[in-house]
Design a protein around this ligand. Structure first.
Ligand code: NAG
Ligand code: NAG
Ligand code: NAG
Ligand code: ZN
Length: 507
């Protein structure tokens, strides 16, 4: 520990002890560790906010491939590495090589931080994943404050990266540093994986996790990710699943060149007509996917699941209003959430080669490519889905007796992720949430695809949990991103309480 920081910590500790003495008469029972930790976090919340401010000021944008921003990213990772060293962690900043840009240039990839604190074989080892890069932000895009100056308005801390993901990473660090400052034993061994390329597709991360599987990750028991949001503004959540995605293209071709409808219209099987029929055969107007067999492997809904969906806090009217949609395909909260999270969906995205400019042009495209994707859920098998889609399109196409050629391919396949919510860390997190927030969490999933959870689960083969801290209206990736002071500070307490619950449950 930096000697100056050491002095600061001990003087803080002294003032805390004084305060405790003042607050408790001799006859009160000694405050428990948890109360002590919570009080410390409350008393030091302005310092925690100040550190977040120092992190938000770094323009660690990984999306725009500019050398200046890349330098900022390196600076950000160095700041985090220093912070972790001050906590007493052993820190390895792993060089991750270079990023190849489409224009042929290369940019250095910021190091991935692998850090660890404690290696007591009697304690569980919890590995925390987070990222410190951010999406681009410019005040001209509609920010009310400078995106890189953390600004507090009505308890909301506005700034790029405040909720995604600098705030949650610091909340974890705040929890650890509280035990350190109080000179209390950490209840768990902790490992950190912190990257700086998440918003650019986590370049180099999967490779590193594979490489470190039997070294850094060998003693990891649990993996925690805090990189998503609650479903509500006030009620905390635990996330136990995400959908996968398989992306398809279907090409219909007559010839390379386009035709004029005055000279060829009436004597051709038009590729666009074939494609529209093919795309039209995929899903009906109630959202039901028409590909035979596609629902066969979808996990049946259990009674326990029904109860979980019922307990979720979602104001459907507000959700509808804020989405600016007149009517959804379903009327109840349960049906809507289930169709977003635990049933597959098929979406049609676009047609390459189509005439899509304003005005009227009498072209017959000679070749068109339709694009659609299916969000996958447990226990759909991607190679089975691929086969079913191809068979269905081939059958539909053959019925048209078209002289054109059709080619279907699956261009991307990402597996869904689902966790066992009976696992110890889910139980510990539920207890910690109930202690800090006085309510059980919403048990939620995410309808989109977040590959990192599945990657950790597949490679390390340990329980993965998403434990979000941010509220639904935090606006990650958007203008005026924020984290509420309340979420940040109570979130720091939540992690501390989680460590204590983990230690109690682990055997
Ligand atoms: C939704 O919008 C309607 C019509 O604009 C309004 O009457 C209603 O109060 C809104 N409900 C919520 C929960 O915001
Ligand atoms: C998916 O299905 C294929 C073909 O039926 C099978 O070989 C494969 O083992 C299945 N994969 C999983 C993960 O079940
Ligand atoms: C399909 O088209 C061929 C000519 O390309 C024609 O001979 C045949 O009768 C058609 N079959 C059907 C079922 O329309
Ligand atoms: Zn994020």
């Amino acid at each position: 520990m930096d000697p100056k920081l050491g002095r600061m910590a001990s003087s803080l500790l002294a003032s805390l002890l004084l305060l405790e003495g003042a607050m408790f008469s001799p006859s009160s029972p000694p405050a428990g560790l948890l109360e002590k930790v919570f009080r410390y976090i409350d008393l030091h919340q302005n310092e925690f906010v100040q550190t977040l401010k120092e992190w938000v000021v770094v323009e660690s944008d990984s999306v725009q491939p500019l050398p200046r921003l890349r330098q900022e990213l390196f600076r950000m990772m160095a700041l985090a590495a220093d912070k972790l060293r001050c906590l007493g962690a052993s820190v390895d900043s792993v060089d991750s090589g270079v990023q190849q840009l489409p224009n042929g240039q290369t940019l250095p990839i910021p190091p991935i931080i692998l850090a660890e604190l404690g290696s007591d074989p009697k304690k569980p080892t919890v590995c925390f994943y987070g990222h410190l890069d951010v999406q681009p932000a410019r005040q001209e895009d509609g920010w009310l404050t400078d995106p890189y100056t953390l600004t507090e308005v009505d308890g909301k801390l506005y700034g790029r990266g405040a909720t995604d993901n600098k705030g949650p990473v610091l909340a974890w660090i705040n929890a650890v540093s509280t035990f350190r400052s109080l000179e209390e034993d950490l209840p768990v061994n902790i490992k950190f994986v912190i990257e700086g390329m998440e918003e650019a597709g986590s370049v180099g991360l999967e490779e590193l996790v594979r490489k470190e599987k039997d070294r850094f990750f060998s003693r990891v028991d649990y993996i925690v990710i805090s990189d998503n949001l609650w479903l509500s503004q006030r009620k905390p959540a635990l996330t136990y699943g995400t959908r996968g995605n398989s992306y398809f293209t279907v090409e219909v071709k007559c010839r390379d060149q386009d035709f004029h409808s005055g000279t060829f219209g009436g004597i051709l099987n038009e590729p666009m007509a074939d494609l529209v029929a093919l795309l039209g055969s995929l899903v009906d107007s109630s959202g039901h996917i028409l590909i035979p067999g596609i629902y066969d492997q979808v996990a049946p809904v259990t009674e326990e699941e029904r109860k979980m969906y019922k307990a979720i806090d979602l104001d459907l009217e507000e959700y509808r209003n804020s989405s600016q949609v007149k009517r959804f395909l379903f009327d109840t909260k349960e049906e809507i959430l289930m169709h977003l999270w635990r049933y597959p969906s098929l979406s049609i995205h676009g047609i390459e080669g189509a005439f899509d400019e304003p005005g009227a042009k009498t072209v017959i495209p000679g070749q068109v490519t339709g694009k659609f994707s299916i969000r996958l859920v447990p226990h759909m098998n991607m190679s089975v889905v691929e086969k079913q889609v191809k068979q269905h399109l081939e059958y539909t196409f053959s019925k048209r007796n078209s002289s054109n050629q059709m080619a279907v391919s699956m261009t991307l396949g990402l597996q869904p992720w689902i966790a066992n919510i009976k696992d110890n860390q889910y139980l510990a997190a539920k207890r910690a949430i109930t202690t800090v927030f006085g309510t059980e969490p919403d048990m939620i999933r995410d309808g989109s695809t977040i590959p990192i959870a599945r990657i950790f689960q597949d490679i390390i083969q340990k329980s993965v949990m998403m434990l979000p801290l941010g509220a639904v209206d935090d606006g990650e990736h958007s203008q005026n991103e924020k984290i509420n002071r309340w979420n940040y500070i109570e979130g720091s307490k939540l992690f501390a309480a989680f460590f204590l619950e983990m230690a109690k449950l682990h055997y």
